[in-house]
Design a protein around this ligand. Structure first.
Ligand code: FAD
Length: 527
């Protein structure tokens, strides 16, 4: 098929001069001249022979099939009789330029049949030189390629239509081969390429879809496996907020266009990858989840506050009751009339015990929570998010260094949040105590063999070695600037750590404030 090139008006000029036909003595079989005449005469291709100015001297029978003119109607006319007057002048100039340079020319012209029907002619013209090397004749061979042109235009239009539709859809679309090479994409995908900056977006997102990493693509292709609405979280290496995408992939087959597969058609599979950004939706869901977490923690704090207040009252009540009981026992061993005093003491003990029973009954139960697989990083993130306002108000700078991949812990998510919140609150308080070294808070998580570790390192005044164990006792408080605290925070945090089979201990690194290490075993935790 003729190669149409918009740049040159659809023509081609052969670079080598046309060989002189006359006198060309071929060693092979010498055919009688009549064979050549009959060959041209009976050729299914339209062939005309003109003088050097394109006046037609001869036209074969096929010319009539293409143009509608009988050879006798063409002979004596210039080839311009076939022109539909729609071909640009520059095309003719090129045609004649080639002829003048004694080279052949090929291109497309808009011709008109005898009945006035326009058609697209794929024309090859060549000069025929005489022995002196002068142009004596010209030969023109042409065929009607209107249908091919229509098909080409249709394919072109359809491609343009599909491309503009694909371009205008607001989701990122890319077509990949099984080697992960992107063959086609749209505007939204190109924008993603700029946004994600870390390389081919499709490959980055596919890496998070099980079974579709670059190494697994060939296998997925062979099995024709696809995936639908797989949610992928994209963290751009600490730059900005994470983004979320809902990704789908389906394999599409395309017939091979290579010549090799002309008689035996083969097809190639491509992965149609579609990524819809769902960050806004996810943020909304996250906001709703955080509101629920906040409400839950507020409720738990209230319950805990009531439990602490009642426990404190019970503790304080227990002292006089114990004293009264001791005095009563003492008097029982002594001689004398202590009956009235014992009666008063009995009444006192009874009243005290009743009051303690009433208080014990009023203790709100610890909320029941199911065991679940918990990501410690997420727990810390939640607590940081809840404490954002307080951190900002106190001017504390947080250096949060989570382990990038942390195994899930079998535990109680809310209780672990309470644990982290207590330690974080203590750290913030410590950094406003007299003697604080600064307002830098370091939080680290790491997987250490069979356990997870959390470090909350403050830059407060530090904790004296003698207090590092006592600090975990209920109602113990050594705060100077926070006298209102009940001293139950560390006791509660330790209770949660013990419930998970772990422990909490203080460590003091030189030049730093207090560092609290929480160790939570992965095996046998959440008992
Ligand atoms: P014109 O004014 O005749 O020519 C347009 C431009 O062509 C001129 O400005 C000039 O630059 C150039 N030109 C024309 N004649 C010559 C010449 N003798 N020498 C150098 N430059 C010249 N045309 C078709 O439209 N359809 C065909 O199927 C077709 N088949 C052809 C087959 C052969 C073998 C040859 C040699 C030519 C063929 N032509 C064909 C070209 C045709 O002869 C005319 O040149 C063309 O049709 C333009 O004619 P015009 O009357 O519209 O313009």
């Amino acid at each position: 098929m003729n190669q149409q090139s918009p740049g040159n008006g659809g023509y081609e000029c052969a670079s080598a001069p046309v060989e002189q036909a006359a006198g060309d003595t071929t060693d092979a079989v010498v055919l009688p001249p009549r064979v050549f005449i009959e060959t041209v005469e009976q050729s299914p291709v339209a062939i005309s022979i003109t003088d050097a100015a394109a006046n037609i001297l001869y036209a074969n029978a096929a010319c009539q099939r293409v143009t509608g003119y009988a050879p006798s109607e063409l002979i004596g006319h210039n080839e311009s009789i076939l022109s539909n007057k729609a071909t640009p002048k520059s095309v003719y100039e090129e045609l004649w330029g080639c002829i003048g340079a004694k080279r052949s020319w090929n291109g497309l012209l808009v011709n008109r049949k005898k009945d006035g029907t326009p058609y697209l002619a794929d024309l090859t013209v060549a000069p025929i030189l005489n022995e002196a090397g002068e142009i004596r004749y010209c030969v023109g061979i042409h065929k009607d390629v209107t249908d091919v042109h229509h098909l080409e235009r249709q394919v072109h239009n359809q491609k343009a239509l599909i491309e503009s539709v694909v371009d205008s859809i607001p989701v990122a679309v890319a077509l990949l081969d099984s080697d992960g090479k992107v063959l086609l994409d749209n505007h939204a995908y190109k924008k993603l390429f700029t946004d994600l900056r870390g390389g081919e977006p499709a490959l980055q997102l596919l890496a998070a879809v099980p079974g579709f990493s670059l190494d697994e693509l060939v296998q997925a292709c062979a099995q024709g496996r696809g995936f639908t609405n797989h949610e992928v979280r994209f963290d751009s290496g600490g730059r900005g907020e994470p983004r979320w995408f809902s990704c789908s992939g389906a394999w599409v087959n395309e017939m091979e266009v290579s010549v090799d597969s002309y008689f035996e058609s083969t097809s190639a599979a491509y992965l149609l990858f579609v990524a819809t950004e769902i960050t806004a939706l996810k943020r909304e869901q996250e906001r709703a989840r955080m509101s629920a977490v906040r409400a839950l923690m507020a409720e738990q704090q209230m319950v805990q506050g009531i439990r602490e207040a009642l426990s404190g009252a019970l503790f304080q009540l227990q002292v006089p009751v114990n004293v009264a009981t001791a005095v009563k026992t003492l008097l029982e061993r002594r001689e004398g009339d202590y009956e009235p005093v014992r009666a008063v003491l009995d009444q006192l003990c009874d009243a005290g015990n009743r009051a303690m029973e009433t208080l014990t009954a009023a203790l709100p139960p610890v909320p029941v929570e199911p065991l679940a697989l918990v990501n410690l990083n997420e727990v810390v993130r939640d607590v940081l998010s809840i404490s954002t306002e307080r951190l900002l108000a106190t001017g504390v700078q947080v250096d949060w260094r989570p382990e990038s991949v942390l195994p899930a812990l079998n535990g109680y998510q809310h209780r672990l949040r309470t644990l982290v919140k207590q330690l974080l609150d203590n750290a913030i308080d410590a950094m406003s105590e007299p003697g604080a070294r600064g307002k830098e808070l370091e939080i680290v998580t790491r997987a250490n063999g069979d356990s997870l570790q959390l470090l909350i390192q403050d830059s407060g005044p530090g904790i004296d070695e003698t207090l590092r164990v006592r600090a975990f006792e209920p109602f113990f408080s050594a705060w100077r600037a926070h006298s209102g605290r009940t001293g139950m925070g560390l006791a509660l945090a330790q209770e949660v750590a013990v419930q998970h089979g772990g422990d909490i201990r203080f460590e003091q690194a030189s030049g730093k404030g207090a560092g609290v290490w929480v160790t939570l075993p992965l095996v046998g935790s959440g008992g």
